[in-house]
Each structure stands twice: as C-alpha cells, then as structure tokens.
Design a protein around this ligand. Structure first.
Ligand SMILES: Nc1ncnc2c1ncn2[C@@H]1O[C@H](COP(=O)(O)OP(=O)(O)OP(=O)(O)O)[C@@H](O)[C@H]1O
Length: 269
C-alpha cells in the first residue's frame, strides 16, 4: 500500500496512543449521559468495540469522530486535547469515519462519492484520483466504480462507505457496524482488510458480531452503561467465561460473563 506523506507524518509522534480518554462524559438529548466516565487508551491496531444495545458505542464513536463534543472529562486525539472551540479540521484530515447510517447522493457513482469525500477531507487535488482508485480497489468495487450508487446492493453501498472512510489514509479509522449487510464472503474479505489497515492505523470497529472480533481484532473493548468494562485480547475475553455462561463460543461466553453484572433488568433480551 502506498501512503501520501504529509507534515503530520514527518513530525515526531509525541503521543503513546492515538486515542486517550479519561473520565470522558458525553451528554445526548437533554440530560442523558450516553458516555459516563469512560477511560480509554487506544493505539495502533484493530480494536473491536462490543457492548449491548444502548451501551454508548455509537455515541463514543461519534465523539471520537469529533461530531459530538464531550460534556466532561478529557479526550486526546493524536496527543492533542480536544477543546470546545478548537479547529477540528486538522484532526479530521487524519480521521476516517463510517457512520452506522450514512447519507449519499444516489445519483453519484461510487467514484464521484469517494472523490467528494476525499475533497471534504482536503486530500490534495493531484492525489485524489489515485487515492480514490486505491480505496475503491481495496473494498473490491473497482469494476463498479462508475456505477451509480442507486444501482448497487446494500452490501456494495456499505463497501463504498468503507472506501470513503479510508480514502484519506487515516491514522484513526472509526467504523460503526461496518459489516451490516455484507454477505459471508464479503465479511471474510473485510476482516482481511481490517487486519491490513490495523498495521499502521488505530482502527475502532463497533460491532455486534463477536466472531468478527475474534477473527480480525488485536484488542477488544467492552462497553456497558457508557463505561469501559474490559479491554484485552480476544483470548483474554474468552478466558473470562466458563461453561456456566451463555454463548456458542468461548468468546461469547466471556462476553456474557463480563456483562452479567451490567445486564440490569433487560431480562431475556
Ligand atoms: N440524541 C439522543 N437523545 C436521547 N437519547 C439518546 C440520543 N442518542 C443516544 N441516546 C441514548 O443514549 C444511549 C446510548 O446510545 P448509543 O446509540 O450510543 O448506544 P449503542 O451502544 O451504539 O447502541 P446500539 O448497539 O443499539 O447501536 C441509549 O440509551 C440511547 O437511547
């Protein structure tokens, strides 16, 4: 893979972790703390974020993408503390983000869509065609690059979404439920892509698919009630469970064991 070199790459890295949060709080709606005292330190690698519905995963990812602003605690991206009035443009150039639901013009072709996002990310003009072609190839859409998005399947549109998230060669890549709508073969390809990306990027993937985490992640981040419950390798997560815990695989049993104290009154669901 070729990567364009910018001033940020040449500057000495003064940070140990691309993402670091202490006591992070994010308020949504009127007063709901969807993230409520989160401590997090994430460096290069693939971090799989797991947690039950409503745990705060999307809110956290939107905050890391600088879309939402923290209401308490501290958040550092690339060693830079995020402040309310800070210019976020420089940070956003180095971040890739695939939201759970993303908007696009259906009449755009895949190439036009990814080009447009490259332009928003301020990729230098002369680098755009090559960057777009690489991103589209990496998600296996080269033969559809000039097809309009409205003619593609849901899984292909999601792959176009992944292409726009990586077009600027981000150093932090945030993917919210990226495998929704992908068929089993595409999911296997996607896991390989994640592993490649994680070699020189801090990738955070929110998912409900425990098997994706086991297969493609170097690190698991388990979130419940807006807080970090566990961080460790997939093997360490698996080791937390036993035969008495619910699940079809060791890693699912580990997940159930660690979440049991946080299951509240959700009952059978
Ligand atoms: N704009 C909002 N207004 C009010 N409450 C919100 C808002 N956004 C999120 N919430 C609440 O905050 C909590 C965390 O939501 P979030 O979407 O971050 O969870 P999640 O872990 O991504 O869930 P899921 O796995 O279902 O996608 C939930 O209880 C949700 O209802």
């Amino acid at each position: 893979m070729t990567r364009s070199i910018g001033s940020a790459d040449l500057a000495p890295a003064k940070y140990a972790f691309e993402i670091r949060a202490e006591g992070l709080e994010v308020t949504v709606g009127r007063r709901r703390k969807a993230v409520d005292g989160m401590d997090l330190a994430l460096g290069t690698g693939v971090h799989g974020m797991l947690g039950p519905n409503g745990a705060g995963k999307t809110t956290l990812i939107r905050t890391l993408a600088t879309v939402l602003h923290p209401s308490g605690g501290t958040l550092e991206l690339f060693g830079t503390p995020l402040r309310a009035l800070a210019d976020k443009r420089e940070l956003r150039r180095r971040i890739g983000y695939l939201p759970q639901e993303f908007g696009y013009y259906k009449r755009f072709t895949v190439r036009e869509f990814v080009e447009y996002m490259a332009w928003l990310k301020e990729v230098p003009g002369k680098e755009v065609p090559g960057a777009v072609q690489r991103a589209v190839e990496r998600v296996g859409l080269a033969d559809r690059a000039d097809h309009r998005l409205k003619t593609l399947s849901g899984g292909m549109v999601r792959r176009a979404g992944i292409a726009q998230a990586i077009v600027n060669d981000p150093r932090i890549l945030l993917l919210d439920e990226p495998t929704v709508g992908l068929d089993p073969a595409q999911r296997l390809r996607f896991r390989e892509l994640l592993q490649q990306l994680g070699l020189d990027c801090c990738v955070v993937v929110s998912t409900h698919l425990v098997e994706d985490v086991a297969a493609a992640c170097t690190d698991v981040v388990l979130v419940a009630e807006g807080r970090l419950v566990f961080q460790g390798s997939p093997d360490e997560l698996a080791a937390a469970g036993g035969p008495e815990h619910v699940g079809d695989s060791p890693i699912e049993r580990g997940y159930s064991a660690l979440l049991a104290p946080h299951s509240g009154d959700r009952g059978a669901w």
